[in-house]
Design a binder for this molecule. Sequence first.
Ligand code: CTP
Length: 402
Amino acid sequence: MPSLSDQHIVLGITGGIAAYKSAELVRRLVDHGAEVQVVMTDAAKAFIAPLTLQALSGRPVRDALLDPSAESGMGHIEIARWADRLVVAPASANFIARLAGGMASDLLATVCLATSAPIALAPAMNQGMWSKSATQRNIATLKADGITMLGPNSGDQACGDVGPGRMVEPAEIINHLTISEKIPVLDGTSVMITAGPTWEALDPVRVLSNHSSGKMGYAVAAAAVAAGAAVTLVSGPTALDPPPGIQYRPVRSAEEMLAAVEQDISTCDVFIGVAAVADYRPARSETSKIKKCADSITLELVRTPDILARVAQQVKRPFTVGFAAETDQAIANAREKLHNKGLDLIAVNQVNETNNPFGSEENHLVLISQSDEIDLGRNSKAVLAEQLISEIAHRYHDQHST
Ligand code: CTP
């Protein structure tokens, strides 16, 4: 079992029906060897009894900012210093707003403000509240501040709605904590990632493209930064903000993406091709808008360069990782790509009725190398990205220690 022994984990619980999952989370953290200090907001106590959490964690639950019984009367600073990691699960819309605003209005918010430990939030709320621009603004602020978001997942909600806002399962939170512990440092390595779709121009106002949102590639870039790598993200057009702390190279077409990759690839240790690069582009890009005249028109398309294959073919090449989006015979087709393109590793997105990764917060990935196959299962793209980076780091270090 992966270990969190010697880890001091502060588990913050805020008001929401998902608080019932926090009891299981405490139990699992303790099973993994962690010492757990639960800190609850007043609203959380309406959903789950502090005594339950005290019994499971073996420590009195803390909830009061001004607690005369706390050593030296500064409980929030003691807890903030004691913490190796801080997880808030569930994190309500109200708590997220208070944290984004830097409020110190109760013990939990104050501990979050005072601590230098890494913070992860597992948001849980009604889908309408999650989608509101105020909430999304707050989430973007917290991410930019370096706070990790675990989920939320999509699906049936306690209120009867269906959509994003379900708290991730305790197992996913444990996964995140144990994996971030295990990641071998990528300090001193340089990682280049391609992400998003490409746009292949038909005329000044139209393009050929695909459904890629860029979320998977951006999550991989964020995980590589968190593992200590110097990251260059070459991205096609997306609606996403680039993760903080990276070199960002925005491009549009496959040709532009190749040029940006070739500019820096000779100094890269790891290349991860997550982009959904268009395989074909219009043979001609018209300089004026194509006007509607004929009943039908025929487009001639020509192949774009295969960026991933070109990287893998270099004499002094980086550790090279590809992605494959497959609808049929996913594993067999991905194995063929691994072999034909000469890759070290390939991550297969299975595209079917149960998994359509395009634009989704979640995905199902299988990793395939010449010697093994690992099913990472279905999870949030953030968690899968951490697992992928962890696997890449292990394999990169193995390759360079022989
Ligand atoms: N890729 C690339 N340049 C291209 C096409 C694909 O770098 N012109 C990379 C993608 O970033 C991905 C991998 O190749 O890492 C596989 O992409 P995919 O579209 O699944 O496969 P293709 O090689 O394009 O083959 P096909 O479309 O026939 O499945």
